[in-house]
Design a protein around this ligand. Structure first.
Ligand code: UDP
Length: 238
């Protein structure tokens, strides 16, 4: 399917229209950003890593009865997706304390949480994506209370499936972020990407960071780390 007009440009992806109104083509870019775009670098090879990892993960989630907007990968750095109305939320699920959770609540990074904790952030660059609660989501008319319930259920299902997948390749899923959209018939569908850009992944043996913290915290080269995740997923991901 040919790519037509540019529909949207994000920090690390470009979205193109196609001849089919209900299908977009996503191009993953060689761009790394952190701190809401304040830290930004070109990283050669990153686009194809995240495109391939996201495609593999969405395929594996579909096998576990969790559908997403993903249709198929069409090249190393492109994939076709179903067009949905994006809900401007970042939904984070945490299994182990890290990042902003550790900072905000003074909980040592690496502390196992007794149950998965779900958080909502309002996706609004002007406001720096603030942390909000379920009442705020309804007040802002971002999603109805009923949709929030469905989104939370979906996030926890994704957590279960991703934990199983990552443990099978000797990786601990610390936390992750998802985004969701509405189909024309109002169904909530998993969207955006799931990759080491959007998950914290620690090696089960060494606790080595296999995710974007390598870039955020200047711990070394990001590409070999993303390659390692892709290789493990391709070789033996359950
Ligand atoms: N995350 C993301 N995009 C964002 C913010 C967070 O994908 O804009 C992911 C991040 O990779 C991590 C999880 O969400 O897996 C929780 O991130 P946290 O709130 O700890 O924020 P951070 O410490 O990354 O600022």
């Amino acid at each position: 399917m040919e790519r037509k007009a540019l529909a949207y440009e994000g920090k690390a992806k470009k979205l193109y229209e196609t001849e089919d109104k209900s299908v977009f083509l996503v191009e993953y870019l060689d761009q790394a950003t952190a701190l809401n775009g304040a830290k930004k670098d070109a990283v050669k090879g990153k686009g194809q890593m995240n495109n391939q990892i996201t495609a593999l993960i969405f395929e594996k989630l579909a096998d576990k009865s969790i559908p997403s907007h993903f249709i198929k990968k069409t090249s190393k750095n492109e994939q076709l997706i179903k067009r949905v109305e994006m809900i401007p939320l970042e939904i984070v699920v945490r299994n182990v304390a890290a990042g902003s959770f550790s900072k905000r609540l003074a909980i040592k990074e690496g502390t196992l949480l007794p149950f998965p904790i779900t958080e909502f952030y309002y996706k609004e660059d002007r406001l720096d994506d603030p942390f909000i609660n379920e009442d705020h989501v309804a007040f802002l008319q971002v999603a109805t209370k009923e949709e929030v319930k469905k989104i939370k259920e979906l996030a926890l299902q994704v957590n279960q499936a991703l934990q199983e997948l990552f443990v099978s390749i000797d990786i601990r899923l610390i936390d992750f972020k998802i985004e969701v959209g509405r189909t024309e018939t109002g169904t909530i569908l998993l969207a955006d990407e799931i990759s080491p850009d959007t998950c914290r992944l620690w090696d089960i043996e060494t606790n080595e960071h296999l995710d974007k913290d390598v870039y955020r915290r200047d711990l070394g080269d990001l590409i070999p780390v993303y390659e390692e995740v892709l290789q493990r997923l391709e070789e033996k991901g359950a």
